[in-house]
Design a protein around this ligand. Structure first.
Ligand code: 3PG
Length: 217
């Protein structure tokens, strides 16, 4: 686990799966909200954030986090259109995550030059991603796609694929995923409950992050 007191830029291992046990999946409605959330996560010992491109402010939030919270590794999530990959990279994203994968999305993420986690939900999609040279993948939606049973089954035919399962995972279920050899980290939105964000309850987010940071892989 990298130190939380030093900027990760330039020093992180390059594998999104190996930075934190839980990758916070975050929605920010303003750039300042993104910065406040990032600071709360770092204070709890989670120096990585997947800022989803689901709000008008998302790219500004990525830009602000990259400049004002350099100790966190900021990535862009919910990449669903090819053009978003370059926009996110230009805003300062250090990695990209897509919920699913198409040929054009894959090419755009490859062209960005950033590490990325293409989304998969079936074994055929895992095989297609491996064929394209991607061994680190987002399983989404994890619970609805079979959860830990799916991941255990996949490890037989394709042990080289490693996953960040996301979607329906909770503080209670995260450990069962992290115990699997083909899981590097899990993703989840439970660290940033909407009511905590709306009320600016950053200590609550820091406490949730601290509990998640203590989970063992
Ligand atoms: C994602 O985009 O990865 C999901 O919306 C996160 O899923 P969760 O809200 O069930 O954690």
């Amino acid at each position: 686990m990298p130190s939380t007191s030093e900027p990760l830029a330039g020093s992180w291992p390059g594998s999104v799966l190996d930075v934190v046990p839980v990758l916070p999946v975050v929605v920010a409605h303003t750039a300042q909200e993104g910065v406040d959330i990032a600071r709360a996560l770092v204070a709890g010992g989670l120096p990585a954030i997947e800022l989803t491109l689901r709000t008008e402010a998302a790219l500004d939030a990525i830009r602000a986090i990259a400049s004002e919270v350099p100790e966190i590794l900021v990535g862009a999530g919910t990449i669903t259109r090819p053009g978003q990959a370059k926009l996110a990279a230009d805003a300062g994203a250090r990695f990209l995550v897509s919920p699913g994968t198409t040929g054009s999305l894959l090419h755009a993420m490859q062209d960005s030059g950033l590490p990325f986690l293409p989304g998969v939900a079936t074994l055929s999609e895992v095989l297609a991603a491996l064929d394209a040279g991607c061994t680190e993948l987002k399983l989404f939606p994890a619970e609805a796609s079979g959860g830990t049973a799916f991941l255990t089954a996949v490890a037989g035919p394709v042990p080289q694929a490693r996953f960040c399962p996301t979607g329906g995972i909770t503080a209670a279920s995260a450990s069962s995923y992290l115990a699997l050899p083909n899981v590097g980290c899990v993703g989840g939105s439970w660290l940033t409950p909407a009511d905590a964000v709306a009320s600016g309850d950053w200590p609550r987010i820091t406490a949730l992050a601290a509990a998640a940071a203590a989970l063992c892989r």
